[in-house]
Structures are given as structure tokens and as C-alpha cells.
Design a protein around this ligand. Structure first.
Ligand SMILES: Nc1ncnc2c1ncn2[C@@H]1O[C@H](COP(=O)(O)OP(=O)(O)OP(=O)(O)O)[C@@H](O)[C@H]1O
Ligand SMILES: [Mg+2]
Length: 449
């Protein structure tokens, strides 16, 4: 791969001779006569190494260095300096410059230095990629989404991950509760220890208890061997109790005892077992209502709900739909070795308009089935399942949003139109039938970006 070098130098003679030398050495080379022009190039090109003079009219080399470190951390900076300003160059290295050379530049030294800088950069990149891949194989998938609600959620998860408190993840089906539980485990001190999951809804009464606590040989018919329970398997790590709202009263009582005493016996056993487990529970049911109805123990509820984490439904964060759709389209296409198809603006607008009762999981399945049926070209409105395409006759927005305030509806309308126009404000204002200024005011008012 050809490396890109940017030379920022106000003296045209030096600039030209550097450009010629770099080109001769096999690098792609661009030049700028001051810091401002260099920044413009950095914004549009992936520059590997910036060679920058210190004294330049307009933005000088030191200011440029600050900006590059903050905005383009991938770019290595080599400072060029006269003898009189060697002190400044040392200052620049403290600020993160890779190295400096005194003028007149010894081209042999420069080539050597460039080679080192590129090698160091390659190693840091490789390192980061390895770390990323490690996290992925550890099971960490990022919670995607740029909506304010999603950003807040990621912050909450980060804070919660740093503690050892019991977490109750609440949210409709398919909102990413399990993903959030993963993120809490892998973002915390127990990341290297096991993450164990049990679904309380999947197992019949009685079996859940032995699944959680384990059992001794002969504890009940079919218990041919002694078996460790999930609490024991999660020792040192995290236990996710999914669908905890579906737990029977008996098992609730057992669980409460384990949490209070921090020890238990296997079913049919007498040995006391102590475990150190962080508990995360999740449910799509309204636990508070279950408590009020007497179907969920209040004392257990308080123990589980030390920190509640609420997953926002997808219909309340329409701005995440295009990002998620593109993500699922990309990963699914990769899995099946298909090219990633485009989505027409009309199809995207329909995806944004549909209320997604099954939330992110429903979107994922819809996108995957779109890909199965796609005939190679862009995915158009006709390719969407009928339910998502929507029947024009029932496409009355007020009907779909009964219960929403007028302000909510207005925000949704502005947001959906912006998403559908790919952020083109002029076009969005036209569609909405308002002036551009009014649109800007609404964007500010509703904090849409
Ligand atoms: N913000 C997100 N970014 C990327 N993928 C997501 C996001 N939210 C959910 N998903 C994906 O959507 C699917 C459903 O998520 P998950 O299983 O965590 O939901 P859930 O709330 O546990 O659902 P259920 O209530 O049905 O158990 C998963 O494939 C998950 O990876
Ligand atoms: Mg789940």
C-alpha cells in the first residue's frame, strides 16, 4: 500500500525539494503552504505522516500539531525546524510529535525517520485491531445507535459496569437486553471470568432450581450424576437471569435465600456452597405491576432492582434505524458472501415509519429476509414485507401514534423526514411544507442533529 506524506512548509523552495525527494522515495506526497491548508487536506485524505515546519504564516506548526493530535491521532507528525528553534521542537515532542529534524534537511536521515514512524504506526494499529478482535471473540458486540437515548444508555452501562451492583434490565422484547447484560459484564472487573445465562421461562417448575443450584446424584429421578448449578459455574463472574418475571413463587423464595445468605446447598445435597457472583436480571414484563398484583415478591424485587437499566423501544429512536439496518445488512451480506446492496430512500423512509413492535430483533430479521429475496440490485420499497410497506389507507400517522402528544408527533415528523432525506435540510423543509429557518429552529428545539 502506498503511504501518503503531507509536507506543510511555507518556503516554496524547501517544500518543492521535499516533495520531489518523497516522491522519488516512493511515497504519495501532498503539500501545503501553511497550517490551515494542511488541516484542509487532513480532513479529506488519510495522511500517514505529516512533515511540518514550525514557523508558518497563519496557523503555525505548534497549533497544527495540537489539532492533529486531537483530531487525527492516526497521523504521525515529524517537525522540521531551524537551529534557532530546536527548543521549540523538543516542546513539540512533548506534545506528541514523533521526532524532529533540523533544517537544512538531510534527506537520508528523513527517509530513515519516515521508515521508523510508519513502522511504529503500523504496530500501534495492529495492536488496536488485535484488542478489538479479542473483545469481539470475548462476545462483546457494541450497542449501536446515535440517538440521545442510546448515548445515555451506553453511558449508564459504562457506569454500572464499573460497580458490582445487581442490575435489572427492563425493556420490550428485542430491545437488546441481553446485549446490554453482555456489555455490563465485559465492561467490568469480571470480564475475564465466566458470563453465564439462564432463562427462567424456558424451564419447567422444579427444574429451574436444580439448574441454578445444581444437584447431587440421585436427588430426583433422572439425576444420574452430580451436577454443578449455574451459580457455581458463574463463580467469580456474572449470572444473567433472563425472563426473571416468569419465575415461580417457589423459585423466587429459593433465589431470595441464596441472595440473602450468599450460600446454598445443591438440590439433594448437604454441603454448603459459597459463590461470588454478580447478578444481572432481565425481563420484558412490568415487574412493578407483578409486585403490585402479588405475583412477584417485593423483597426479591428490591434486591434485584439495585440499578435499573431501561432499554428504549426502537420506535422512540427512529434515528437509529438506518444505522442498525445498514449494520445488519452488512454483517448478513458478509456471512452469506453477497455484495452489500443499497437501500433506496423510499425503502429507508418506510423502515423509519414502521413502529417495530419486535424492536431491534424484528428489524434484524426483516433486513435478513430482504437480503434473501433481493435480486442483486438496490433494495426498494417493493422488496419490503407488506406489513412494513404499510397499507396507504391505514397510513394515518395520528392513528399509529394514538397516545402521543402533538409535540411528539411533530418531533417524529421532523426526524423521519430528515432521516429519509439523508439529512438534506432543504429537501426536508420542502416535504414538511415549512421554511428552512423554521426547520432549523425545530431541529434545535427537538435537539435533533
Ligand atoms: N443497539 C443495538 N445494536 C446492535 N445490535 C442490537 C442492538 N440492540 C439489539 N441488537 C440485536 O438485536 C437482537 C436482539 O437483542 P437481544 O437478544 O439482546 O434482545 P432482548 O431484549 O434480550 O430480547 P428478548 O426480550 O426477546 O429476549 C440481537 O441479535 C442483538 O444483537
Ligand atoms: Mg433476551
Amino acid at each position: 500500500m502506498e503511504h501518503l506524506i503531507l509536507v506543510a512548509e511555507d518556503d516554496s523552495h524547501t517544500r518543492e525539494s521535499l516533495r520531489r525527494a518523497m516522491t522519488r522515495a516512493g511515497y504519495r506526497t501532498l503539500t501545503a503552504a501553511d497550517g490551515g491548508a494542511a488541516l484542509d487536506i487532513l480532513k479529506s485524505e488519510a495522511v500517514d505522516v505529516l512533515l511540518s515546519d514550525l514557523k508558518m504564516p497563519g496557523m503555525d506548526g505548534m497549533t497544527l500539531l495540537d489539532r492533529v493530535r486531537a483530531e487525527f491521532p492516526e497521523t504521525a507528525v515529524i517537525i522540521l525546524t531551524g537551529f534557532a528553534t530546536v527548543g521549540l521542537a523538543v516542546e513539540a515532542m512533548k506534545k506528541g510529535a514523533y521526532d524532529f529534524l533540523t533544517k537544512p534537511v538531510d534527506l537520508g536521515k528523513l527517509e530513515l525517520l519516515l521508515g521508523h514512524a510508519l513502522e511504529a504506526r503500523r504496530l500501534t494499529q495492529e495492536n488496536r485491531e488485535l484488542r478489538l478482535r479479542l473483545r469481539e471473540t470475548a462476545g462483546l458486540k457494541p450497542l449501536l445507535g446515535r440517538s440521545a437515548a442510546m448515548q445515555r444508555l451506553r453511558e449508564t452501562i459504562e457506569q454500572v459496569a464499573a460497580t458490582d451492583a445487581a442490575v435489572l434490565v427492563l425493556g420490550e422484547s428485542g430491545t437488546g437486553k441481553e446485549l446490554a447484560a453482555h456489555a455490563i459484564h465485559y465492561g467490568g472487573a469480571r470480564a475475564e471470568r465466566p458470563f453465564v445465562k439462564v432463562s427462567c421461562a424456558a424451564l419447567p417448575e422444579g427444574l429451574l432450581e436444580s439448574e441454578l443450584l445444581g444437584h447431587e446424584r440421585g436427588a430426583f429421578t433422572g439425576a444420574r450424576e452430580r451436577r454443578k448449578g449455574r451459580f457455581e459455574l458463574a463463580h467469580g463472574g456474572t449470572l444473567l437471569l433472563d425472563e426473571v418475571g416468569d419465575m415461580s413463587p417457589q423459585t423466587q423464595a429459593k433465589l431470595l435465600r441464596v441472595l440473602q445468605e450468599r450460600e446454598f446447598e445443591r438440590v439433594g445435597g448437604t454441603d454448603t456452597i459459597r459463590v461470588d457472583v454478580r447478578l444481572i436480571t432481565a425481563t420484558n414484563r412490568d415487574l412493578e405491576a407483578l409486585v403490585a398484583e402479588g405475583n412477584f415478591r417485593e423483597d426479591l424485587y428490591y434486591r434485584l432492582n439495585v440499578v435499573p437499566v431501561r432499554m428504549p423501544p426502537l420506535r422512540e429512536r427512529v434515528e437509529d434505524i438506518p444505522i442498525l439496518a445498514a449494520h445488519f445488512l452488512g454483517s448478513c451480506a458478509e456471512r452469506w458472501g453477497k455484495p452489500v446492496p443499497e437501500v433506496t430512500p423510499e425503502a429507508l423512509a418506510l423502515l423509519c415509519r414502521y413502529p417495530w413492535p419486535g424492536n431491534v430483533r424484528e428489524l434484524q430479521h426483516a433486513v435478513e429476509s430482504m437480503l434473501v429475496f433481493s435480486r442483486g440490485g438496490a433494495i426498494a420499497a417493493e422488496d419490503l414485507p407488506p406489513a412494513i410497506r404499510g397499507d396507504e389507507r391505514t397510513a394515518d400517522p395520528a392513528e399509529r401514534h394514538s397516545g402521543a402528544t402533538l409535540r411528539d408527533l411533530e418531533r417524529q415528523a421532523v426526524l423521519r423526514t430528515l432521516v429519509a432525506t439523508g439529512g438534506n435540510r432543504r429537501k426536508a423543509a420542502e416535504i414538511l411544507g415549512i421554511g428552512l429557518k423554521t426547520l432549523y429552529r425545530k431541529i434545535q428545539e427537538f435537539r435533533l442533529q
